[in-house]
Design a protein around this ligand. Structure first.
Ligand SMILES: Nc1ncnc2c1ncn2[C@@H]1O[C@H](COP(=O)(O)OP(=O)(O)OP(=O)(O)O)[C@@H](O)[C@H]1O
Length: 122
């Protein structure tokens, strides 16, 4: 629980995030989508509740991508050869990212569209 140890472990997480962004095209897509949604949200003056929903759904996508990438790394390290169960594990992990992305896109579209169509609601 020492603060320096906590900082150290945050450094590991930061290294993982940077590696993910460098090597995973999907992570760069998520970053672009995240920045676009944040810019649109700022331009449209979203309410606190709307930011909360967006933050949760965006975080869900990043968590799913991180877990997917970690599973791919582990699978490649433990079993580099072709194996149907490795393939299934990777497919299911990728499905998690897809589902989270569809959910986030739906929430973002609904929130942003209502502002574009009707302006800020009371
Ligand atoms: N060792 C393996 N055995 C069987 N199938 C595999 C194996 N490695 C990869 N696959 C198949 O190829 C797909 C892509 O795997 P890969 O490790 O290349 O991930 P990726 O292209 O980085 O995918 P993502 O876009 O989800 O990050 C997997 O979802 C799986 O169907």
């Amino acid at each position: 629980m020492h603060p320096r140890a906590r900082l150290h472990s945050m450094g590991h997480a930061w290294r993982g995030l940077r590696w993910m962004l460098r090597t995973q095209a999907n992570a760069r897509l998520h970053l672009a989508a995240t920045l676009i949604v944040i810019a649109a949200g700022l331009a449209l003056h979203l309410a606190a509740g709307e930011w909360t929903l967006l933050a949760l759904t965006i975080a869900l996508v990043w968590v799913a991508e991180a877990v997917n990438t970690a599973i791919e790394c582990l699978a490649d390290a433990l079993h580099p050869e072709h194996h149907p169960l490795i393939g299934r594990a990777k497919d299911v992990a990728a499905a998690g990212v897809l589902l989270a992305s569809i959910g986030a896109m739906t929430v973002a579209t609904l929130i942003l569209l209502q502002h574009v169509l009707w302006g800020s609601l009371p």
